[in-house]
Design a protein around this ligand. Structure first.
Ligand code: IMP
Length: 422
């Protein structure tokens, strides 16, 4: 019996979709535990390319049950579009997807609030999917839960009460038009017909599954450095992508977790605003972005690109309890003559002993680099570690040593078969 947590270890977009797809062949159940349709998990199988935002990538394996945990915020329209897309490829979703009664619903006014917040001075560079405002309502105890879809009088009352308050905000503070409550009621009072069949008591389902000896993979979205508590606040998402979030976001207790797997990109990327010490500007950054096709799977925004940061990864390993990792996109570095690896930070000539999540400090941090020779060989068809060029093996060995983890998977391309298992 294995209950493993899989976390994005940097600023998101590490390639979790592909790795979950590979690993899910060994698991009975895959659970998504936080975030919402801000995530975009890309998987390529043969000539098909999927981008999943809410449903765990395990759905592509016929015998895997997929669960959306209570920690996730669900945009019902995005969910239904995704189900329709999967079914158009003959991927069965009915009977294989369970949604926690306690997950919260993204409402149209959450998206409006997200875009209003982003038009002001305290811009974060969000995905605009209403994530922050939905979690605000959840923690203010005003949120609307998936279970409310099954109680129409209560759902109507909650929507009316919420909109009364939100419309005051829109009209009096933001000088916007009021949102039409009837249109929202019409849409949301119908969702039970389409979503009701998936609603389940997830904690007891998962408890029983563990008792029966089933294996469970808990899939995080975004990345550790975007965690609202442990990331580079305020330039973070509004949930806990770190491994601790897997328990609160699913109902599986910490005593049942057997391992934590980190997904680590062979270099670093970030979307949205916030400090990024190893960022590459100009032509170097552009070349890495183009070679790695680093454009957001959800928003299409160009991702900021930079060198691998072992100092950051050490912090991430520490807060997540990462034991082994999957390194992704190693093939992207194949064009480089030399590769830099950040092994520490300095501020005013002083070496830091810890990773500063405080953005004031992190903005001042100067990376200390070690340089390694590149391998300048196409590695996208390599199947075994021993067949990698020596310089690529050395690079992996160096980053593993400096970051304090063991590598168990190396991905050398987007397809399932472009994977080296160690
Ligand atoms: P939000 O999650 O849409 O509120 O965005 C907050 C921050 O998290 C922004 O910097 C986004 O670019 C970033 N973010 C959200 N989801 C993802 C993701 O799936 N990958 C990478 N960055 C993300």
């Amino acid at each position: 019996m294995e209950v493993s947590v899989l976390v994005g270890s940097q600023w998101g977009d590490e390639g979790k979709g592909k790795v979950v797809d590979i690993l899910s062949s060994r698991f009975n159940i895959v659970v998504r535990y936080q975030g919402g349709a801000n995530a975009g998990h890309t998987i390529e199988i043969e000539d098909k390319k999927f981008v999943l935002h809410l449903i765990p990538s395990g759905i592509l394996r016929d015998d895997v049950i997929c669960v959306i945990g209570n920690g996730v915020v669900i945009d019902p329209k995005a969910l239904l579009d995704e189900i329709e897309l999967l079914e158009s490829y003959n991927i069965k979703v009915k009977g294989r997807l369970l949604i926690s009664r306690n997950a919260h619903l993204i409402m149209p006014y959450h998206k409006t609030l997200d875009s209003i917040n982003e038009s002001g001075n305290s811009k974060i560079g969000t995905t605009g999917r209403g994530i922050g405002p939905c979690y605000i309502d959840k923690y203010a105890r005003k949120g609307i839960k998936i279970s409310d879809l099954e109680n129409k009088p209560l759902l109507e009352e909650k929507i009316r009460t919420n909109l009364e308050e939100k419309n005051q905000l829109f009209t009096r503070i933001y000088n916007q038009d009021a949102i039409d409550v009837e249109a929202i009621l019409k849409e949301y009072l119908e969702y039970d017909k389409l979503i009701g069949q998936y609603i389940a008591d997830v904690p007891s389902y998962l408890y029983n599954a563990i008792e029966e000896g089933k294996s469970i993979l808990l899939e995080g979205a975004q990345g550790a450095l975007l965690d609202v508590d442990h990331g580079t606040y305020p330039y973070v998402t509004s949930s806990n992508p770190t491994s601790g979030g897997a328990c609160t976001g699913s109902g599986i207790p910490p005593t049942k977790i057997t391992s934590v797997i980190g997904i680590v990109k062979a270099y670093t990327t970030r979307v949205g605003l916030g400090p990024f010490p190893t960022e590459l500007d100009g032509d170097e950054g552009e070349m890495l972005r183009k070679t790695g096709a680093e454009y957001g799977a959800t928003t299409g925004r160009p991702r900021r690109c930079g060198w691998y940061d072992a100092f950051l990864m050490n912090y991430s390993r520490m807060i997540n309890g990462i034991q082994r990792v999957a390194i992704t996109k190693l093939d992207v570095l194949s064009y480089m003559d030399e590769i830099k690896i950040c092994v520490g930070y300095e501020i005013d000539g002083q070496r830091l002993s810890y990773f500063p999540t405080d953005v004031e400090l992190l903005s001042k941090a100067k990376p200390v680099y070690e340089v390694m020779p590149g391998w300048k060989t196409d590695i996208s068809k390599v199947k075994y570690f021993s067949d990698l060029p020596v310089n690529a093996q050395n690079y992996l060995g160096f980053i593993a040593e400096k970051s304090g983890f063991e590598i168990s998977i190396v991905s050398v391309g987007p397809k399932r078969e472009q994977t080296i298992e160690l």
